[in-house]
Design a protein around this ligand. Sequence first.
Ligand code: ATR
Length: 286
Amino acid sequence: MSRRQRIMTIPTACVIGWPIKHSRSPVIHRFWLRELGIMGDYVVQPVEPERATSFFARFAESGYVGANVTVPHKEVAYAAVTRREPAARAIGAVNTVWLEDGALVGSNTDAIGFLANLDQEASGWDRDAKSAVVLGAGGAARAIVWALTTRNIPAIHVVNRTASRAAALAERFGPTVKVAETEALPALLAEADVLINTTSLGMEGQPPLAIDLAPMRKTALVNDLVYVPLETPLLAAARARGLRPVDGLGMLLHQAVPGFEKWFGARPVVTPALRAAVLADLGQKA
Ligand code: ATR
């Protein structure tokens, strides 16, 4: 059977990006398909930037039931869909699409995944949380900051190398989001209930994030979105100080849930077995 025949025969979703070889999404969705006994498939679909708009415009003819969208196509997907869910509208990017009566609908599940992960790993983390510090102001930060606003955290401080990007976030999400200078970090960390790293610092091959956690309260939570390595220098420092570390793999797993449910009709669960499968694929230990 050719790839196309297979897509037309078996409900198949894909992940669209460029480059796309390193996506872990196939491992996650194939794990759930197997576990739930669903006849379906999930494949990698490279789409060059110059073809992205036409790919989405002709999505209904592709045979796919839906897709995840990753770098650099999230904004193109946002522009291409017929209807956007509230999270996608708020964040201005689409990472999950599906068809409804032949029309392409887009959502952004990064914020949902981020919140679901903290709710699972650190239940009650947002109860009485008064201050959050977000490092970075790129695409991931946009999802995280919006997610934090939905939990009514009164002060969300964004610290970024490029101040103008932090200012754009504050403008987008309103008065509870505040731009802060790196020099203000010690004072902000002393008050923070939550610290989230959305930058690529600490990722394999990148410099570590140089930040002193000493001012933080013992009850504070530290979440790194980086998951290669799983235990980043930031999380190791948080652990050493007795803070609550939450790694970045959980968000990756949780953000996959809504798409799977839309495409294949069953709601999957993030379990230790799924984590272990993805970690094995990453060549890491839990
Ligand atoms: P993503 O979609 O993963 O958020 P992005 O939009 O490229 O990716 O954003 C990357 C973030 O990491 C940005 O906040 C970036 O800071 P700038 O806005 O100043 O570029 C931050 N970042 C990346 N490398 C960095 C470095 N070496 N030092 C400080 N911040 C860095």
